[in-house]
Design a protein around this ligand. Structure first.
Ligand code: PAF
Length: 280
């Protein structure tokens, strides 16, 4: 496994692979890798001859006062995990490589970014769209793999790739959960033992929503209200949003249509903000 830190070296590597007709699979990450990330690597290995993982904590997707400084990092362990899983290249640029002086370009999507995560974190998706564009231009992948856990992000990345004519495929892979249902996330590391069990309320709310669907409930406002009441019973939890949306464009809906709806949740457990979702 090779670690590349420089942009020109990454691009030259990508060009060589493309010239030799090798398919490049790309897994963009902010490090502190867990099984969720590694499942993307496994999927990339199944579909591509060369697998590149990027490890870069992108400052522009964190607003002032968010957790950029305390975002968990363990580069040495990340490298070990990548090596064990058969990654070929870890692209780990420094800030001055991704944002050299004179940098003044932002990629902004107008619609899909405007609510849900976009309301709670207004500048977040500009940062994500900008860095993902830059990473695609560095790694030149044939397929890029994203986790469904960041559902809105995956939709935005698909739109961005289409809108900007990127010659690549975006593959979205299923959420990986811990034993009792908590969706894997680097931010789970912030949770105390008590908070960890309180955090299970997200998954329990998803299970409750699935039961409601099985019972034939379709009134979106009523389902959202019942889920809000359910989560509110957990003392450590504070709901930011619980929303049922059209899964292909995140538009608001009044009636739940099976196979076309996504349930999205953002809940604070103590100081930690967690997100989860389920296709219904
Ligand atoms: O999902 C993430 O870890 C990040 O948002 C991404 C896609 C690596 C961009 O920094």
């Amino acid at each position: 496994m090779r670690v590349i830190k420089k942009l020109a070296e990454m691009q030259a590597f990508a060009d060589e692979q493309r010239c030799s007709k090798k398919k490049i699979g790309f897994v963009p990450t902010m490090g502190f890798l867990h099984e969720g990330h590694l499942s993307l690597v496994d999927q990339a290995k199944k579909k591509c001859e060369v697998v590149v993982v990027s490890i870069y904590v992108n400052p522009t997707q964190f607003a002032l006062g968010e957790d950029l400084d305390r975002y968990p990092r363990d580069f040495k362990k990340d490298l070990e995990l990548c090596e064990q899983r058969g990654v070929d290249i870890v692209f780990a640029p420094d800030n001055d490589v991704m944002y050299p002086s004179g940098f003044e370009t932002t990629i902004h999507l107008n619609k899909t970014t405007s609510d849900l995560e976009g309301s709670s974190r207004p500048s977040h998706f500009d940062g994500v769209a900008t860095i993902v564009t830059k990473l695609f231009n560095a790694v030149k992948p044939h397929i890029a793999f994203f986790g469904q856990k960041d559902f809105q992000q995956s939709l935005i990345v698909k739109r961005l790739a289409k809108n900007l004519n990127f010659d690549l495929k975006i593959e979205v892979c299923p959420i990986v959960r811990e034993k009792h249902g908590l969706a894997m996330s680097s931010r789970n590391n912030y949770l105390s033992t008590g908070e960890r069990s309180a955090a299970l309320v997200l998954h329990k709310a998803i299970e409750l929503a699935k039961e409601m669907v099985e019972q034939g409930k379709i009134d979106v406002a009523a389902i959202e209200k019942e889920l809000n009441n359910f989560v509110a019973k957990e003392k450590l939890a504070k709901v930011e949003y619980i929303a049922l949306r059209n899964r292909s464009n995140l538009n608001k809906i009044k009636v739940l249509k099976k196979g076309k709806t996504v349930l999205l949740l953002a809940v604070r457990i103590g100081k930690t903000r967690l997100i989860d979702n389920e296709l219904l």
